[in-house]
Design a binder for this molecule. Structure first.
Ligand SMILES: [Zn+2]
Length: 214
């Protein structure tokens, strides 16, 4: 017999938590898991191995932490679930933008099999281009929570991750991984997000140059 379901007898859906850095995505994911723990719902937390910041610890910036199961190949999630006698009702995945693209299929299959999947990740990279995995999940998900931080320049909702290299806004062409440079990240609104060397088409360049803003 199916276990008691705290989700109104609905089974299997996908919920995405996305946004820029410093928006509290991991914190929101941990909050959801904690809430389930109080209701005795079995939940497993995963993260792709590529993010080495806290090793297998998911740490929100307010100091909460939880141990995650790391995976290289998303199909490893099937192995973990198959071996778990508790049949977890919920699978949570943090930093999902860094997972292998096979994660899309895995998330779809889990939801089809009645599992509730919480996925958290960056929506866009420092160029403000979408991470393909996050944008695919945004299309597939039943529920999306888009979080924002606060623009460090004006206090408006900060939706863009700003990369700073050696004290200057990063170039569009700067490599993702840098060795020997001092880099940092902050959050800006669209208006204050700076990215140098971004190429637009001639028509867009002309419009940018000539259109008078109010
Ligand atoms: Zn701003």
């Amino acid at each position: 017999m199916a276990k008691f379901n705290v989700f109104n007898r609905e089974y299997g859906w996908i919920e995405l938590i996305c946004g820029p850095m410093f928006a509290g995505k991991s914190e929101e994911l941990l909050r959801k898991i904690k809430r389930l723990e109080y209701a005795d719902v079995d939940c497993l937390l995963f993260k792709p191995k590529i993010d080495t910041r806290n090793k297998s610890l998911i740490k929100s910036r307010n100091g909460k932490k939880m141990l995650a199961i790391e995976f290289d190949d998303p199909f490893e999630i099937y192995d973990v679930l198959s071996k778990n006698v508790n049949h977890p009702q919920v699978v949570a995945i943090d930093e999902i933008q860094f997972a292998d693209p096979k994660i899309i299929e895995v998330v779809e299959v889990l939801a089809k099999k009645g599992i509730i999947v919480y996925a958290a990740g960056l929506d866009n990279d420092f160029r403000n281009n979408p991470f393909p995995i996050t944008s695919s999940l945004a299309s597939m998900a039943e529920h999306i929570t888009k979080l924002s931080a606060i623009c460090t320049e004006c206090g408006a909702p900060g939706t863009c991750t700003q990369r700073i290299i050696d004290g200057e806004p990063a170039s569009f062409n700067s490599p993702i991984f840098l060795i020997g440079n001092i880099e940092s990240y902050t959050v800006r609104c669209r208006n204050h997000h700076e990215i140098t060397d971004k190429k637009f088409s001639k028509k867009s360049d002309k419009f940018i140059k000539n259109y008078k803003e109010i």
